[in-house]
Design a protein around this ligand. Sequence first.
Ligand SMILES: [Zn+2]
Length: 302
Amino acid sequence: MTTDIFAPRFQDEDKAREHLEALRWPEGPFCPHCGSMNATRLEGKKHRKGLVQCNDCREQFTVTVGTLFERSKVPLHKWLLVNHLLCASKKGVSAHQIHRMIGVTYKTAWFMCHRIRESMNQPTGPLGGEPSRIVEADETWVGGSVQNRANKQAAPKKIVVTLVERGGHARSFHVANVHANTLRPLLFQHADRLSTLMTDQSASYTTAGRGFWQHKTVSHKFAEYARGQWHTNTAENFFSIFKRGVIGTYHHLSAAHLHRYCAEFDFRYNTRTDTDAERADQALRGIYGKRLTYRRPSSLAS
Ligand SMILES: [Zn+2]
């Protein structure tokens, strides 16, 4: 499969639909209303391209019914191209750049990017799962800007906590603070307690650490970054990519949408051994059964 941006599925709406159909319906179309596989393609000029009719419940549908792309006026090949660009760019792509590159308005580009981030929200099972598996937890500050153009006030930085299993997956969260009461439920929900927990010496992790098989800490104060295997370098590496994306691409991240940027950076990290084409297809598998429910914000700063 060609993966450059001149591949047919990025240029031609029919080819894009065929690509989505092959991913979604490997055994042929099935009805999103009743689940029946007994469906007939409605061919001919009278019908919208890609329209299928269920022979059981008689409802009509296309491959985008029930997805984040449903009812979008943007042609499917542009959706696939934006999806590919976001999946293939380590530091992300800004809505401004999408706007300029693919010829949609800035607002449309902004909404497309957030829908694709939502499709990238594909949580896996708990991290770790046995004593030999090390889950690092650490926090960082992102996204503050000197001035917020809308109100001329300094935009505060936000805190992101990341749990990352060495050799495994990362999961990041926007948190209001790093108190033990905030971090403990996150750790218990997203990491298996049979794992080894690895953090810095912050007291915020102490009580949570008692719930794990063992809790190892490393002191950042004395530049003791690597005491053999007891380090949080995996989390630090994850943050360095996240921060380069924030600084180089997204600049100011609004608190309302930060969880979606977390999903974006987690997703690319978790699929880091995939090719760009595989990663893009994996993101497309996440468009089903999701709707964005947020209202259109007055400011589209991020
Ligand atoms: Zn049906």
